[in-house]
Design a protein around this ligand. Structure first.
Ligand SMILES: [Zn+2]
Length: 167
């Protein structure tokens, strides 16, 4: 790891703080503003106006400045951006948890990195205490190989594969 644990932990804390500002009350309020303020734009009589274009000119400017572009519905776009970002962060954080498990759990790491196959029957071997690779073979093939007096490996593998294909 290139950064000190304290630095990454500070990032985690800041992320949690920022995210917790999006509590249920705030989200409900944002939803209401985005949904109903369109009807408050009122008056004018110049045909349909974009949502928020009249009701919140200051807010519009702030959001336009923040997002660095002009939009006919800045509040709506900001709300949509929040939704999308939170959704992506959820996915990303789930990947974080998987990576954490991968690093902390040696058995997971082993399973993910090295998917082993029996050289003879080509079966995927779980690499657990009950299902190990011995000399490149699964337990069953290894026993067969020993019973046959450790014959030439290539010949042995071909004979096993010929057997599994016919059965
Ligand atoms: Zn095998």
């Amino acid at each position: 790891m290139r950064r000190k644990p304290e630095q990454t932990f500070a990032d985690v804390q800041a992320t949690i703080r920022n995210l917790s500002s999006l509590d249920m009350v705030t989200l409900a309020t944002m939803y209401r503003i985005d949904r109903f303020d369109a009807e408050d734009t009122g008056g004018g009589g110049d045909g349909p106006k974009p949502k928020h274009s009249v009701s919140d000119p200051v807010g519009n400017r702030v959001v336009a400045k923040l997002s660095g572009r002009k939009t006919s519905d800045p509040v709506g776009s900001a709300a949509k951006e929040i939704e999308t970002t939170v959704f992506q962060m959820r996915r990303q954080s789930e990947i974080l948890v998987q990576q954490r498990e991968f690093i902390l759990n040696p058995r997971d790491r082993h399973r993910d990195n090295v998917i082993q196959h029996c050289e003879a029957c080509l079966r995927e071997v779980a690499c657990t205490t009950n299902d190990r690779i011995r000399s490149g073979f699964c337990y069953q093939c290894y026993r067969a190989w020993l019973t046959q007096g450790k014959p030439n490996r290539v010949q042995f593998c071909l004979s096993i594969q010929a057997n599994t294909e016919t059965t």
